[in-house]
Design a binder for this molecule. Structure first.
Ligand code: F6P
Length: 333
C-alpha cells in the first residue's frame, strides 16, 4: 500500500505543501494516540473556559489546538493559522505563503462517551493583494488548495483532496504512517439516508420542514420510498458516512436563536467539507447559494449547510426554490 508522500508527489503537489500536510498528520497521530489512551491519559473532561463561540472547551480541544498550532508554526512554511479554538488569527512566518484554517477536534462532545471525533483542515495561499490578520482568511472556498479531515474512529482515517479527487488513507499504527486505502472516493448520486438533528425540527424554516416531512412520509409520501436517518453529532463522522455510502447531511439555518441562526463554521467546517463533497461528485449548498462561492466576512462565521448525494441535494434545493420563507440567515448588505 502506498504511503502519503509518494502519492502527493505523483500528483505534483508542491513540496512545501506536502510538508504542511505531513505536519498536520504528525499532530493528528499524537491526537489519535491521546484519544486512544482515553481516561488513562487524564485528558478527558472539560476545562473551565469557553472558546470564542461560547462553547465549553474540552481538555482535548485545547491540547489538540496547541499541538497543531505549534507544529504548523514551527515548520516556518505557514504564514498564519485560524482555529476554532483561537479568538484571532495567529501569525507565523511573514515570508511563508500558506494559511491553515482548522477545527482541531470537531464533535468534541463525543470525546467523553468514546464516540468518533475528527480534525478538519483547509489550506489557502496568502492572497496577492495586501491583506493582514483575519483578512488573509476571507477567501472563498474555491480558493482552497487542499482540504480534508482526520477521523478518529475505530481506525484513524485521513480523507483529503488537493483538487484532484478525494483519497482515503488509513493510519497503520504499526508503522506510524497513513497508507492509501481508497484511491478515488465517489458519492453515489442517489440515497435513502439523511442526517439532521431532528430535535431542531420546529425551529426550521418552511422549505426544510416540508423536505424532511416528505422523507419521513416514506413510500406513502411524495418521494415514494423509505428513508433511514443517522446522526452522530460530529460533522466529521456524519459527512464521512455520506462520502462513503451516500446520503444527505444538513445543519440548516433555524429560528431557535435569532442572533445565531446557523451552527457550523464556514472557514474550517463547511468549506473544507464542501471541497471534499464536490470533489467526490456531490453538492454543497446553504439552501440558496453554493457554499464554496460564499465571500466570508468573519473567520468564525457560521453558515447553513446541506451537502451530499447530488440528486438528493438537488431535490432538497427544489423545496427552497418553490417554498417562500423569510431567511433567518439572510445575508446582510
Ligand atoms: O461543530 C459543531 C458540531 O459538533 C458538529 O461537528 C456537529 O455536526 C454538530 O455540532 C452537532 O450538533 P448538535 O449538538 O446540535 O447535534
Amino acid at each position: 500500500m502506498q504511503r502519503l508522500i509518494p502519492v502527493l508527489n505523483n500528483d505534483h503537489v508542491p513540496l512545501h505543501l506536502i510538508s504542511v500536510i505531513n505536519t498536520l498528520l504528525t499532530a493528528a497521530k499524537e491526537i489519535s494516540h491521546r484519544l486512544h489512551q482515553g481516561s488513562l491519559a487524564g485528558t478527558l473532561g472539560s476545562t473551565l473556559d469557553e472558546n470564542i463561540q461560547g462553547e465549553t472547551q474540552k481538555k482535548l480541544d485545547v491540547v489538540s489546538n496547541q499541538l497543531i498550532k505549534n507544529m504548523l508554526l514551527e515548520t516556518n512554511l505557514v504564514h498564519a493559522v485560524a482555529s476554532e479554538e483561537e479568538d484571532d488569527v495567529v501569525m507565523g512566518n511573514p515570508d511563508a505563503k500558506y494559511l491553515v484554517a482548522y477545527d482541531p477536534l470537531d464533535g468534541s462532545s463525543n470525546i467523553d462517551i468514546n464516540g468518533s471525533v475528527g480534525t478538519i483542515f483547509s489550506i489557502l495561499e496568502k492572497p496577492d493583494h495586501c491583506a493582514e490578520g483575519k483578512e488573509l482568511f476571507l477567501q472563498t472556498g474555491d480558493e482552497q488548495i487542499a482540504a480534508g479531515y482526520i477521523l478518529y474512529g475505530p481506525s484513524s482515517l485521513l480523507v483529503m483532496t488537493t483538487g484532484q479527487g478525494v483519497r482515503v488513507f488509513t493510519l497503520d499504527h504499526t508503522v506510524g504512517e497513513f497508507l492509501l486505502t481508497v484511491d478515488k472516493l465517489n458519492i453515489p448520486a442517489d440515497t435513502q439516508e439523511f442526517a439532521v438533528n431532528m430535535s431542531n425540527q420546529r425551529h426550521w424554516t418552511k422549505p426544510m420542514q416540508q423536505y424532511i416531512q416528505d422523507l419521513l412520509s416514506g413510500e406513502l409520501g411524495p418521494r415514494k420510498k423509505n428513508f433511514n436517518m443517522r446522526w452522530n453529532a460530529a460533522m466529521v463522522s456524519d459527512v464521512h458516512r455520506v462520502l462513503s455510502r451516500g446520503g444527505i447531511f444538513t445543519y440548516p439555518a433555524d429560528c431557535k436563536h435569532p442572533e445565531k441562526p446557523c451552527k457550523l463554521r464556514l472557514l474550517y467546517e463547511a468549506n473544507p467539507m464542501s471541497f471534499l463533497v464536490e470533489q467526490a461528485g456531490g453538492r454543497a449548498s446553504t439552501g440558496y447559494e453554493r457554499i464554496m462561492s460564499l465571500q466570508p466576512t468573519e473567520i468564525h462565521q457560521r453558515v447553513s449547510v446541506i451537502m451530499g448525494s447530488r440528486n438528493e441535494v438537488d431535490t432538497c434545493l427544489d423545496y427552497f426554490k418553490s417554498i417562500p420563507c423569510d431567511r433567518p440567515d439572510a445575508p446582510t448588505a
